[in-house]
Ligand binder design. Structure first.
Ligand SMILES: Cc1cc2nc3c(=O)[nH]c(=O)nc-3n(C[C@H](O)[C@H](O)[C@H](O)COP(=O)(O)OP(=O)(O)OC[C@H]3O[C@@H](n4cnc5c(N)ncnc54)[C@H](O)[C@@H]3O)c2cc1C
Length: 421
């Protein structure tokens, strides 16, 4: 397994790190104003980041997803702004789903604009709960021979700035537990209303809002993959995004280390720089270990996704879990090592505010634990069914009302026990 960037990926990393520096220059301003750095986004898009994983015959650069991840890590390593990175993650799901599951017509319609940097969304959460996707109720129903979508998504990254993207919903006519379907929609389509930009604690440079659908027309081109097969596709997209959280975190923490090192090398206490003290060094080394772990986990998870490894879901959940937890720990170290300077409402404490949101966005840490446990259980049951593992014991039976068992698995879902994300 290759877990280090290849030479050309190192070049991509370096090239896009330059764009990250432009993000960093205005991050505090955009945080204050809850605004999105469109100029930096356009520059990154123009430089071709979103074309990297797209085949040449489809207008891309013919690279791999690992190449794309290396470029994204480059941005992360200098941007000093989790919000900008979360916007990138919200966007990249639309690109991936079009490439992997889009028809030729869907690619022709939406790929050029997504590659050019018209922002995309990945909309799953509803007011009924983001963890428990089984309660999703946005639905496409037929009336007068036409399908139309009704319902509301909440807290959707990029909704106020996006042009189109992926929306998970149902087609109730397909029958209960077989109806989860993915839609790809233009956000200026009839019946789509974008809600107020939310006033969040952190990640404020990445706008979130609700999306209301009131009889939004659904044509064939708006349906991604076979109707009713949405869960299987969604699972892959979610897993891919979880994998990327690690490398975004790694890049961000490396940048935090740089900033913190500058401070502890310069700040004197008891006649010596803070950096000379072992407790201080311990915090910095914890940050470094976190960056290394998160980066390695992304590389490993992406390789598993590529190869369809049986434990890919566990790897992706571990990556997202560690990314969320380790970023928060690193942000705390950074604030602590800056003393009162770090506690003021400024560019240092912003990292801490942002990091709290990272444990929620993309599926909470507890939901990652649940996924990991469910995968362990599913693997054991599968081995047992093949006569290769221990028989389930009485204690293996889940008590009633278990969260994971409520997931409405479609007939073709790859593994039981997948919980959102
Ligand atoms: C910055 C940000 C950006 C976001 N962007 C998007 C986006 O682009 N698209 C999108 O679809 N959603 C997005 N979300 C929403 C996010 O996915 C949800 O907030 C998240 O999945 C949690 O859902 P919830 O807020 O409804 O919390 P709930 O599901 O109500 O959960 C509340 C708490 O209960 C815990 N919990 C729930 N079930 C269990 C259980 N069985 N056992 C133990 N603990 C449990 C959760 O871990 C959580 O801590 C975003 C959120 C944030 C913060």
């Amino acid at each position: 397994m290759q877990i280090d960037v290849k030479m050309h990926q190192a070049d991509l990393h370096q090239q896009f790190a330059e764009f990250g520096r432009a993000v960093a220059r205005n991050a505090a301003l955009h945080d204050r104003e809850r605004s999105f750095d469109r100029a930096a986004w356009d520059a990154i898009s123009k430089a071709g980041l979103w074309r990297i994983p797209v085949p040449i015959e489809e207008g891309g650069l013919g690279g791999s997803w690992a190449d794309c991840a290396a470029a994204m890590e480059g941005v992360a390593s200098t941007a000093g702004d989790l919000g900008f990175l979360i916007t990138m993650l919200g966007h990249v799901g639309s690109l991936r789903v079009l490439l992997e599951d889009g028809t030729a017509r869907q690619k022709a319609r939406w790929l050029p604009q997504i590659m050019a940097g018209q922002v995309g969304i990945t909309a799953m959460t509803e007011a009924s709960g983001g963890s428990d996707l089984a309660r999703m109720s946005v639905s496409a129903r037929e009336a007068d021979g036409r399908l139309s979508l009704r319902g509301e998504k909440v807290h959707i990254t990029n909704a106020p700035i996006a042009a189109s993207g992926l929306v998970a919903g149902r087609m109730p006519a397909l029958g209960a537990k077989k109806d989860i379907t993915l839609f790809f929609l233009d956000l200026d389509a009839p019946g789509v209303t974008i809600g107020e930009r939310e006033d969040n604690l952190g990640i404020r440079t990445s706008p979130t809002a609700n999306l209301l659908f009131e009889d939004t027309p659904i044509e064939d081109d708006n349906i991604i993959g076979p109707p009713g097969d949405g869960l299987r596709i969604l699972y892959r997209i979610i897993a891919f995004e979880r994998a990327l959280y690690g490398i975004m975190t790694a890049g961000l923490i490396e940048d935090m280390i740089e900033r913190t090192m500058s401070r502890v090398e310069a700040r004197m206490a008891f006649g010596r720089p803070l950096a000379d003290y072992q407790y201080v060094q311990g915090r910095i080394t914890d940050m470094k270990m976190a960056a290394v772990i998160c980066r390695t986990m992304t590389c490993s998870s992406m390789a598993k996704l590529e190869n369809g490894a049986q434990d890919m879901s566990i790897a992706c959940s571990v990556t997202k879990f560690l990314a969320g937890e380790k970023l928060l720990e690193a942000a705390e170290h950074m604030v602590q090592l800056h003393g009162h300077l770090g506690y003021m409402n400024n560019d240092i404490s912003r990292y801490l505010r942002d990091a709290v949101g990272m444990r929620i966005a993309g599926g909470t840490s507890d939901i990652q634990r649940i996924n990991i446990f469910n995968q362990i259980r599913a693997q054991r049951r599968s081995l047992s069914a093949q006569g290769k593992g221990p028989e389930p014991r009485l204690t293996d039976v889940e008590p009633g009302g278990g969260h994971s068992d409520r997931m409405p698995l479609s007939a073709s879902a790859p593994l039981p026990g997948i919980v959102y994300a």
